[in-house]
Design a protein around this ligand. Sequence first.
Ligand SMILES: [Zn+2]
Length: 302
Amino acid sequence: MQSRKTPRVLYIAGYSRSGSTIMDMVLNGHPDVASTGELTFLHDDAADTTLTCSCGAIFRDCPVYGDWLADRPDGEGEVVRRVESRANLDQLIAGHIADGDCTAYRAYALSLFNHVAAKHDAEVIVDSSKSAKDAAGRPIALARLGGLDVRVLHLTRDPRAVANSYLQSGSNWVLEGRRKPRPFDTLRPVMGWMLANKISQRIGQALGPDRYMHVRYEDFQRDPATVLGRIGTFADLETGELGRAVTNGKAFEAGHNVGGNRTRLAPQVVSLSPKPVPRLPMAHSAALRCVCGRTARKFGYV
Ligand SMILES: [Zn+2]
């Protein structure tokens, strides 16, 4: 088989409900890009035969992931979880990872991303695993342990819209049967938004300014062609045609996506104007002001 260049990784960092699923689907519309959704959960989801890839197959039967999963050593998923977890982030940034984990993680990262790139003949793999506690360190691990060319696209959405989405429809993981509802579930996004976005900024500082860009989802909705142009410059992709397609109302389909929002299961059109900022119940509004206020103002959400 002809050897090919290791793909670039465009990593979507940030919190859930921030538009990452639709951004992932739009980028998947580029001929040189393959999107993968929350790729960090491939091992976990493959072990559960009630969960499927967005192609509809269980992961072990998926034409993209099936043969890769069949060849992976037992316990590899545990190494991935241990290395990427939020609890391990300080150690990861400081470079204090056990040699055995470094070796196993590097083998995992290179084999998976090269495999996905070869299946799709893609130059860029979009990984939308984001920055919650299980995958907080993933972009650092992919770059430093995996040796991959990782560029972090930090996507944010107004925390009031994120909290409102949670209030309206509940946790994606509860909806998908991955966990049971917990007390105060609707207040979880308050702390989650702040932590995930702080971590994304920290990842950006660790990787350096040429490896990090911040995009507000609302700006993408208002002017998709310009924002996609910025992302294209950042990821070395020509995105003119993609920008025109979004502006003209094209419906985009998911690639072979792991996890993520259920909207990935049907083609999606980008809504070209953000919804008005919702009014939240008083407890949520106060919690957001206290916990997220400073970070939200920094991103221009006032
Ligand atoms: Zn699939």
